[in-house]
Design a protein around this ligand. Sequence first.
Ligand code: COA
Length: 244
Amino acid sequence: MALDGDVVVAAGAIWLSRVHEDRFWLEVVVDPARRRSGIGTALVGHLSTLRSRDLPFMARGYVDDEAMRFADALGARTIQIVPPARAALDLRRELRPHADVQPLAGVDRSHVETAFAAMYRWTHENWSPVRDGFEHALVEGLWDDLDADASAVAVDDSGGILALALTFVDTDPALIVAETTTRDQPGGEHLVEGCIRRAMAILAHRGLTLVDFDGHVSDPHFLPALSRLAPTGRWFRLVEIPAP
Ligand SMILES: CC(C)(COP(=O)(O)OP(=O)(O)OC[C@H]1O[C@@H](n2cnc3c(N)ncnc32)[C@H](O)[C@@H]1OP(=O)(O)O)[C@@H](O)C(=O)NCCC(=O)NCCS
């Protein structure tokens, strides 16, 4: 906190995620009446001294957010971009169906959790690697928010999960996360399309019209599928900020 007499003029916090441990998340807020006078920068300097390990900071925001201008002034480097991600369910027919896609409901929960963790690990490994034992934190509460009926998996001949589209219903509209379970999955684009198409179809049959996606520009099978859906919305940046 920053004080002016008894008045709190700014507050900030840093924390390590339970899934990643490569950077400290950084959050700072300054009294609107006191902005642009160096308080935010000074607070980041103080928070830097509170780090338990010598790791840089991480922050996120829409590209046009003032938070990102502040981050840029602190020397931010973009480590990931999240593209516009809202799509009309009607456009699902732009995606190819795939014969190996089946409902997620009925698949052993532990297999789904393992596949999700595998997908999460490789899609983050090049820019924000997971920490050891991240799986537990990743899947905690998963089944509270996941809609198994509106989620889909693509499987091989022995039932192994090759790709998945997980539909989360704790937001409005619902949110789909989709990728293959390994980076080099042959036919990965088609498998992911098929999973997403099925998940979107279930939502559409419920009378819904829109869906959001959560993915990254570096997701090689997801992004081509998303691009076929003419998504709208705002670009989002994840940035690394060097510790001062
Ligand atoms: C972002 C925020 C913390 C900045 O606090 P602040 O005390 O105004 O920051 P500083 O005065 O130290 O600004 C340092 C530099 O950041 C940049 N900057 C900060 N706010 C900016 C804005 N709104 N537009 C453009 N650049 C901005 C400028 O380069 C500024 O230097 P300058 O004033 O000499 O041009 C404050 O605007 C805020 O509380 N916003 C709402 C919460 C938020 O977005 N938090 C960020 C999460 S990390």
